[in-house]
Write a protein that binds this ligand. Structure first.
Ligand code: GDG
Length: 467
């Protein structure tokens, strides 16, 4: 890469708490190019920030901008998380359309583009992350930038039908076409993105697989995201020296999710209840569910929190005994190293998302297991991770009996089968770790065709030089 790497994400890493997979994945690429990470500062202000504030210079520069209170409401909680999030997670029924959400989304993208344009050099590569910034490349191009710009969507690509719920659905393909490379989690996401372009009269498919959209060329590819496998394995193994004691029951399954309606937690609880009704005599396993709060100001998140409390109450009311509480539901954040230990001690992990870009918990659970005596991953076939982890016990998250049967199968699975399934999943998790994901994306971004369909751009075409 000739110039610097500029990464843009909604949140700027603050350096507090453990480094997540994304930060670790991008660290080498950023540090190696003296790169820049740009994102919103955690605290909202009275007015939108018109400058970038330097947070650190080493080993790469982190620059933050402030969102105003109004932007937090309308851009972040509003358009990003009450329109795009449900739309991409196949819940158009939860979409809340409001003019002020739409206007704020566009104006934040415009402002962030101006801020980036103020610091970008012509040979810098820009990598934009996630649904908060679909229009960012279009805004950067409007500022006159011709740089290579890549986009990675961490959540599922929406279906063509769901896209038509947007007030101006035709903008969506146009926004994406301003990126040189659109990276998605799975092949299924790529298929949905190509379906959108195929249905659009402004798009044309080129012989080399790229999409020509008006005068622009874009490429769409899948790059399944991974985790920092070694650090997770180290944490899990080191923590094993510390017994779980009363932190965990003797035999338990685990679920770990940000409390989100896309994660299928109610059906997981109901399936565990179904399993308890029919379990073999004398078996008393527990389900340990860790679900830290998320986006609580959005009504749909408030509703799912209430729903889970109700189901959890019913379940324990129906099955608990004096010395056994079948469901432990922790609505709080648990430190990362303890999470690794809890994963390692669990006989199974339940990932039952109705829709999920990837689901890193599935990969973390696999990485944390003792290969000599591994637990079993029960994985929704609608989570992105199912495309790679085909040797997990794949379930239909809408089918309570199917999940209940998988629980029974996981708890009674013979050791050789557990080892075979785990070895296959671990090989895939290792082959696609966080660092190789970042490298693969940046390598492809550096070789895909430039954005303009005509070398030298449309202006040159108009001059007649290419005629
Ligand atoms: C989006 C996409 C895609 C959860 N509870 C605690 C905790 N966690 C950690 C997990 C895991 C992460 O949060 C959750 O990652 P997921 O991938 O499962 O889900 P999203 O947050 O929705 O992420 C998703 C991802 O982007 C990456 O592209 O895979 O599909 O939705 O790392 O371990 N961590 C700690 N305490 C908790 O209580 N420390």
């Amino acid at each position: 890469m000739a110039g610097r790497l500029i990464v843009v994400s909604n949140r700027i890493p603050t350096g507090e708490g453990g480094a997540g997979g994304l930060i670790v994945a991008l660290h080498d690429a950023l540090a190696g190019t003296g790169g820049v990470w740009i994102g919103a500062l955690p605290d909202a202000a009275d007015a939108p920030g018109e400058t970038l504030q330097a947070l650190s210079e080493e080993p790469y520069s982190r620059l933050g901008y402030t969102l105003s209170q109004e932007e937090m409401e309308n851009f972040y909680l509003g358009f990003s998380n009450s329109v795009l999030w449900p739309l991409c997670h196949r819940r158009p029924d939860l979409v809340e359309l409001r003019l002020e959400y739409d206007a704020s989304y566009r104006s934040v993208n415009r402002r962030v583009a101006r801020l980036i344009a103020g610091i970008a050099d012509p040979d810098d590569t820009i990598w934009v992350h996630d649904y908060h910034f679909f229009p960012l490349a279009a805004e950067l191009r409007a500022c006159g930038l011709h740089n290579r710009i890549g986009f990675f969507l961490h959540i599922p690509f929406p279906s063509l039908g769901d896209l038509s719920v947007l007030a101006q659905p035709e903008d969506f393909a146009d926004w994406l076409a301003h990126y040189n490379l659109v990276g998605l989690q799975t092949q299924a996401d790529v298929a949905r993105a190509l379906e959108m372009f195929r249905a659009d009269p402004r798009a044309e498919f080129m012989m080399d697989g790229t999409v020509k959209f008006r005068d622009r060329i874009t490429s769409v590819r899948s790059f399944p995201i991974g985790i920092d496998v070694e650090s997770f394995q180290r944490d899990a193994a080191a923590e094993e020296e510390r017994p779980l004691g009363r932190e965990a029951p003797e035999t338990y399954l685990i679920g770990v999710d940000r409390l989100d309606y896309s994660k299928g937690i109610p059906n997981r609880f109901l399936a565990f209840g179904r399993y308890l009704e029919t379990r073999p005599h004398g078996e008393r396993p527990c389900l340990l569910q860790i679900a830290p709060p998320s986006r609580e100001k959005v009504q749909a998140y408030h509703d799912i929190t209430r729903e889970l409390e109700e189901i959890a109450g019913h379940l324990n009311g129906a099955f608990a005994e004096l010395d056994w509480t079948p469901l432990r539901y922790i609505h709080r954040n648990v430190p990362r190293h303890r999470l690794a230990r809890l994963f390692r001690g669990a006989r199974g992990c339940l990932v039952t998302s109705y829709a999920d870009g990837m689901n890193l918990v599935a990969k973390e659970y696999v990485a944390a297991q003792d290969p000599a005596d591994p637990g079993v991953l029960i994985l929704s076939r609608l989570a992105g991770a199912a495309e790679e982890l085909s040797d997990a016990l794949l379930v239909n998250p809408y089918d309570i009996d199917d999940i209940a049967n998988a629980i029974e199968q996981a708890l009674s699975m013979p050791l050789p089968e557990r080892q075979r399934r785990h070895a296959s999943c671990l090989a895939k998790v290792k082959a696609n770790d966080a660092a190789s994901w970042a490298r693969a994306f940046l390598n492809v971004l550096s070789v895909v065709p430039g954005t303009l369909a005509w070398p030298g751009g449309i202006d040159q075409f108009a001059d007649g030089e290419l005629l």
